[in-house]
Each structure stands twice: as structure tokens, then as C-alpha cells.
Design a protein around this ligand. Structure first.
Ligand code: ADP
Ligand code: MG
Length: 223
């Protein structure tokens, strides 16, 4: 069974009298361990699509199954619990805590979500720090790291809870060309290493080429 299955999904935003169809009748599926990008110009529906798959929001109509569960039926609370169990997130602006070190930023979701014993926790953090090539930077604070390094820490933080799925909405938008390609390649390496499914969005043509599967959105429709 596919890890993500989207069936006839539409999302309409209503602001006062105005209705915007951000997604129109989208159907697609994403297999486990896939490396998938959603591409398209600004306003084409990429963020809306990722928010649906990431269980941050729900569709106006249609069905979404993630890891065998029909998540569009979930209420807010269930969505939050499901995200904690199944999904990791990487953000465009890194979203690291400035007062925590690289190590502590990665530790944070473990403390919040999983009740791992201290020694096991340390082992997990060091392993993932090593995987993203940041072991020697572990005691630095975010403002002592470059953009590319910050995003490496954010990738590690997303992976620390061992999610089946990692969502990244324009993860390279604040990075230069070299760092952008390096971060996407790191994500692909992590997919190979841990079997994690990665879904990201971008409007950068150089980054699109790095995906294994690309879905193009235009005005909320697949093209
Ligand atoms: P992208 O990420 O590709 O730039 P979005 O998914 O953010 O596209 O937006 C798709 C469309 O939906 C755009 O027309 C945008 O203005 C609209 N939209 C997005 N979020 C909202 C919202 N919360 N309320 C109203 N309209 C929205
Ligand atoms: Mg967007």
C-alpha cells in the first residue's frame, strides 16, 4: 500500500465573499521511501498540498490516507498526535531555537514526544548528528552556523523521532545555490539510509532535478 494516497482532493479558502480554489481535484499516491517534490510558481498550491499531506490542515473535499489512516477525518487533536508519531517537518526559515545548541535543538522533539531514557536519547542524537555531518558542530548555537549548517541540524531534528514521512516546504528558499543542492542531496542520503519518505516543495529549477518524482502544480491543478 502507498504511504500517501490522495483521492480527488480539493481545498477552497473562503475569505469573506471571495473563494479561492487552492487545490482542484488532485489524485496521486506516494510510495514508501520515495523522494518527491511538488513544484510550481508562487501561488500554485504547493504549501496547501504539503499542509494537507502533513496533516496541518484538511481538505474541503476528497480523501487523504497517510500510513493507512484516513487523516482528513481526524479532528485537530488527532491530527496533532498523528503528526507527532508519523511526520517530521523541515522549514524554510530553519525554525531552530536560538537559545539551544545544535545538539539541544535535535533533542527537543525527543523530550517533547518520546519518553526515551537519557542514555538512549544521547545515542540517537549523536547518531543523527553524525549522519548529517554535524557531529563536530554539536555545541554551537544556531547563530554560529551557516544557513546550510542550520538546515542540516533541522534535517536531523526532523529525523530524530524516526518519522515515516518528512515534509519540507521550500527548504532551500533561504539558501545559496551550493547549500541548496547540498541540503537536498543530504535529504536524499537520509532517505536511502533510514528509508524515510521525503516530500518537499520548491520553485527552484536546479532543485527540482534532484527529486526522483516531481509533481507540477499550476493554479491548484496537477499538470
Ligand atoms: P504556493 O505555496 O505554491 O505559493 P499556496 O498553497 O500558498 O501556494 O497558495 C495557493 C493559493 O491559495 C494562492 O492563491 C493563495 O493566495 C491562496 N491561499 C493560501 N493560503 C490561504 C489562506 N489561508 N487563506 C486564503 N487564501 C489562501
Ligand atoms: Mg508556498
Amino acid at each position: 500500500m502507498a504511504l500517501v494516497q490522495i483521492e480527488n482532493v480539493s481545498k477552497i479558502y473562503r475569505t469573506g465573499e471571495i473563494e479561492i480554489a487552492a487545490l482542484s481535484n488532485i489524485s496521486l499516491s506516494i510510495e514508501k521511501s520515495a523522494f518527491v517534490s511538488f513544484v510550481g510558481p508562487s501561488g500554485s498550491g504547493k504549501t496547501t498540498m504539503l499542509n494537507m499531506i502533513g496533516c496541518l490542515d484538511k481538505p474541503s473535499s476528497g480523501r487523504i490516507l497517510v500510513d493507512g489512516q484516513q487523516v482528513d477525518k481526524f479532528n485537530r487533536q488527532k491530527r496533532a498526535a498523528f503528526r507527532g508519531d508519523v511526520i517530521g517537518f523541515i522549514f524554510q526559515s530553519f525554525n531552530l531555537f536560538p537559545v539551544l545548541t545544535a545538539y539541544e535543538n535535535i533533542e527537543y522533539p525527543l523530550v517533547m514526544i518520546k519518553n526515551e531514557p537519557a542514555q538512549k536519547r544521547e545515542e540517537m542524537i549523536l547518531t543523527v548528528l553524525d549522519s548529517v555531518g554535524m557531529l563536530d558542530q554539536k555545541d554551537k548555537f544556531p547563530d554560529q552556523l551557516s544557513g546550510g549548517q542550520k538546515q542540516r541540524i533541522a534535517v536531523a531534528r526532523a529525523l530524530i523521532t524516526q518519522p515515516k514521512l518528512v515534509m519540507a516546504d521550500e527548504p532551500t528558499a533561504n539558501l545559496d545555490k551550493t547549500s541548496s543542492i547540498n541540503v537536498i542531496r543530504l535529504m536524499r542520503e537520509m532517505k536511502d539510509k533510514f528509508g524515510t519518505t521525503f516530500i518537499f516543495s520548491t520553485h527552484d529549477p536546479r532543485i527540482m532535478e534532484e527529486a526522483e518524482i516531481t509533481h507540477t502544480l499550476v493554479d491548484g491543478k496537477l499538470s
